[in-house]
Each structure stands twice: as C-alpha cells, then as structure tokens.
Design a protein around this ligand. Sequence first.
Ligand code: S3P
Length: 450
Amino acid sequence: MTESGAAGSTAPPSPQLFAPADQGLVGRVSVPGDKSISHRALLLGAVNEGPVLVRGFLPSADTLATMRAVQALGVQVERSQPGDLLVRGAGWEGLREPDDVIDVANAGTLIRLLPGILASLPFFTVLTGDASIRSRPMARIVGPLREMGAEVLGRDASTKAPLAIRGGGLIGKEHVLSVASAQVKSCLLLAGLRAEGDTTVVEPGPSRDHTERLLRQGGAAVTRDGPLAGPGTVRISPLPSLQLDEVAVPGDMSSAAFILVAALLVPGSRVTVTGVGLNPTRAGLLHVLQAMGADLTVRSTGPPEEGESLGEITAATSELHGVEVGPDSVPLLIDELPIWALAAAGAQGTSRLRGAAELRVKESDRLSAIADLLRVLGVPVTEHADGLDIQGMPGRWEGGGMVTSRGDHRLAMTGAVAGLASARGVTVDDPACVDVSFPGFAATIDSLRA
Ligand code: S3P
C-alpha cells in the first residue's frame, strides 16, 4: 500500500529508525483511549436523544474521521476539556442528509458501523475511504442490510466501497454470520434499533461486545445466549430513542499490547500500563502470553457499574515458549496478532497460528505483512492460508533493516518494537500511520527508555 490515507497526508512518508534498547524499558505509562469504544461513543452519541459526555476519547486519525462523519449528518461535537467530547445527540429524527460524500479515511469500524445507522434513515449517503478501505470486503454488511430493507449499492458488484445507501423501513431478521465480526454484528444491531420486530445475530465465535454494552447502557434490550468462548446469538429489540448520558472510554488494550510485548522482549524491563480496558472479549492476548510463560500481572482497578472494566497490567522480561493459537481464541486477540507474532518470534520453539484468515482483509494482508517483517529480522516463518508457523529465536535478532508497514498502523508499531528488541535496530518506512490508533506512540516508548 503506497497511500498513507491513514494519516490523511499526501507528503511522502519519512522513515524512522527504532534503535535497539540498550537498557531495559522501565516505568508506568497510560495509553490513549480505546479506538473501538471511541468510534461507538460518537456513533451512538449521534443518534442519542440529547447530549452525551465522552470521557477519555481517543483523538486519532480513525476516530476523527468518525467525528467528521457525524458532523456531516448534522450533529454538533464540542471538545470540552482535554480528553473529553460533548456529542450533542440529534436523535434519529434530527439527522440530515450529508451534502457530500463521507470519507472514512482508513477507518474500517466507521465504514462498517455507520451503514447500520443510515439503513433506516430516508436519505442518500455515499461512503468512501482510502485505498485500503476500498479493497476491503463490504458484502458482509451490504447483503444483511438489504435483507432488512435498506437500499445499499457498492463498487465491484456491491462488495467494495464506495458504498451508496438510501435507508428505509427495516424489518428485523435473523442473520447467521460466517465469520466472527464485531463490526458486522454492531452494524446489524444498530439497524435493529429501528427495525420492525427483533433482530438476531448468530456469531460463530465471540467478538468484542462494546456495542451491546453501550446499547444496554442507553436503555436497549440486548441479550446474548451462548458461552464467551463459543458461538452465540445476540438479540436486540427496537428502541425508539437511545438515552445515554456519559461514556467513559478506557485505555486501549490493543495499544497497551505493544508496550507489554516490548517489556517482555527487551532484557531488564519492567513496565506497568495503567487504565487499560479489560473487557474479556479483548483480553485474549494476555491469556496467550501467560500460556507462553510471560511474567504478566493484571490488577483490576474496579469495573464500573455498567460499561467496561478497567485495570493495570505489569509486564517484565520473560523467557517465552511457543504456543498454539487456534480459531476459538483468534477473535479475542484479532488486532493483537501482529505483536503476538513478534512475541512468538522471541520464544523458544515453534508457535502456530490457525483460523486467522480474517487477517488477510484487515488494514493490510496482515499474514503476509507479518511474515515479511519476521523475515527481515531473520526469523523463519511459514505462511498458511489461515495462519503462520513461527520458529522462535530467543535473544536479540541479528537481522534488521527496513520494515514495510504497508500503511498499516499495527504493522508499523510491531516493526518499532522489533527494533527495540533487535541487535541492529529496525527502520519503519511509514511511522506516521500509527496515528490511526496510537498518537504519541514513539514518545511513550521513549519515556520508558530512560
Ligand atoms: C473492530 C472489530 C474488529 C477489529 C477492528 C475493530 C470494532 O474487526 O479487527 O480493528 O471496533 O468493532 P472485525 O469485527 O471485523 O473482526
């Protein structure tokens, strides 16, 4: 991917060297707000009946695209204190037809969730995004929204963005998903809020449940039958008006993951990340790392009455061993798999990942990009259609050089952590793309180098 639509810049990328950390990483840091929850706070805030205070909002390239999108629909958003947003919810009837195309930039969550809202609104909207977004599969939302009664069209036989949507009267349906996807599930639950009758989504495995939690907080009847680690059926009944007051956004586990793995790999490290969201549908990486022998301590700092639980996590340098990650756990660490792969590259023995074909349709083809990155380090890796075999090489990798992030924020940060733990350092070709999810990433790492 040559385009860095992620950071919204047309300037050529400036590569950055991440030098080996010659001493351990030490300290306490916090990470920016959760990206998934920040998107949802804006989208649900937009349809809310009255203002919603969003505390701890993540101001990243992706979530700012969502802010612009809701503004284009007529919603006022004010930045009150640093880190806080006031979303002046317009209610369903207060949203208006945007007078231009909505550009989601690199934000998959935006282009998959917003159509769930637009599906019931009687006006016309076009959504597009950067080259990565325009290559990602959209049939998974187009088909089910059409079944519910919305008009949705897209490029390439309605499988890709740009998408054009004209909403209408929706009818609740049962949707059986072939892949566990919180984005698709959330889209359909949002449509279900305004459908006639209940809407159910049968998911083949667990996916993050932030939308369900926020909808319940706003007064919606949402249930899930089935175990956390297995298939489940999520059901929503229509709700004429959502009543949220406040959303507290915890620190992003997916950002904390880079700091934690850096501490596990760089000799002499001990790092605590504070204020991290510990939602069980997002905590899969912690369990997998513990199974690899990681010295990780998780301390809950109190789940709120409703909403998301919070805690702090301490990671210290560890001797890791290989592990198998299979289809059941993949959705619980889907966004952490690039940095997990780096932990596997530093472990004794072979690690195997299977059931992860979804990684091929993320911001980049992450299976291929991870394999390329590990090869740059000199770590043997075999790519499979749905996974990887990684032959771990404990100690500082002797390889190094330029890592191509393909404009993918999580690849760029994995490359940076690889540099810290390597013997020669790693240059990341396009470090600016980390702004998609973790603005201030390099400064946070630097603060731990002292
Ligand atoms: C997200 C869900 C996941 C994840 C993405 C964010 C969300 O995608 O990979 O980064 O906020 O709902 P899928 O649900 O499509 O797997």
